[in-house]
Design a protein around this ligand. Structure first.
Ligand SMILES: C[S@@+](CC[C@H](N)C(=O)[O-])C[C@H]1O[C@@H](n2cnc3c(N)ncnc32)[C@H](O)[C@@H]1O
Length: 176
C-alpha cells in the first residue's frame, strides 16, 4: 500500500508495516479460519498479530522469493483464508488472484485497502457485481504508517472481505 506522510520517501515495493491495532480489528471477522496465508508479509508484523490470536500463519513475501501472483494454489490444504495489506500498485491483482486461489477451499479473502478502493467503476467485478464481496470494515481512526512522523496521516482505510461461502448483500461495519 503506497502511503505519503510528511517528510518521508515512498518505500521500495510499498513495504509499509501495518500497526498491530489494525490487524487486531480483522481477527473477529475471520475467526472461523485456523490456517491463514499472509502472502505479502514483509517483516511479518501482521502475521505476528494473527498468530497471537491462535491462527497458524504461513507468511511469505516476494523479498524472500515468493511472488504471490505466480502462486498456482494455496500453500497447503489447511489454509482457508488469505489476509494481507497488499502493495498498493498491485492491490487489484492481489484481490483477483486471492479470490481464484481460495475458491476451491470455499475460503475467505481479507485485504486492507484505502477506503475508497471500491469506488472505481473498473473494479465493480470485485465489489458491486461480486457475490463473494462480504464486508467492508471502515477504520474510523487513521493509520499512522511512520512512528516518528510529525504530520497527520492523509488517507482513510478499510478492511475488505470476500467469502466464497457468502451470497448476500455485503455488510458495512465501523471499527474501532
Ligand atoms: C504494504 S507491505 C505489507 C507488509 C505486511 N503485510 C504488513 O502489513 O505489515 C507490502 C509487501 O508486499 C510485498 N510484495 C510486493 N509485491 C509482491 C508480490 N508480487 N508477491 C509477494 N509479496 C509482494 C512487499 O515486499 C511488501 O513487503
Amino acid at each position: 500500500m503506497s502511503q505519503r506522510d510528511s517528510g518521508y520517501e515512498r518505500k521500495e515495493r510499498d513495504s509499509y508495516e501495518t500497526p498491530a491495532w489494525v490487524t487486531e480489528i480483522i481477527v473477529k471477522y475471520i475467526t472461523g479460519n485456523r490456517c491463514v496465508w499472509e502472502p505479502a508479509a514483509g517483516n511479518g508484523k501482521m502475521a505476528e498479530v494473527l498468530r497471537r490470536h491462535g491462527m497458524e500463519v504461513s507468511a511469505t513475501d516476494i523479498t524472500t522469493g515468493d511472488d504471490f501472483l505466480s502462486a498456482q494454489a494455496l500453500r497447503n490444504s489447511y489454509i482457508t483464508a488469505i489476509v494481507t495489506n497488499p502493495p498498493y500498485a498491485l492491490a487489484q491483482e492481489f484481490i483477483e488472484h486471492a479470490l481464484r486461489l481460495t475458491e476451491p477451499a470455499c475460503g475467505v479473502v481479507a485485504m486492507l485497502l484505502r477506503t475508497d478502493f471500491d469506488h472505481a467503476r473498473t473494479r465493480r467485478h470485485l465489489f458491486g457485481d461480486c457475490r463473494q464481496f462480504w464486508a467492508k470494515v471502515v477504520l474510523t481512526k487513521r493509520i499512522k504508517w511512520f512512528q516518528h512522523s510529525k504530520g497527520q496521516p492523509s488517507f482513510n482505510h478499510a478492511w475488505f472481505l470476500w467469502s466464497w461461502a457468502h451470497d448476500r448483500v455485503p455488510m458495512l461495519a465501523y471499527e474501532p
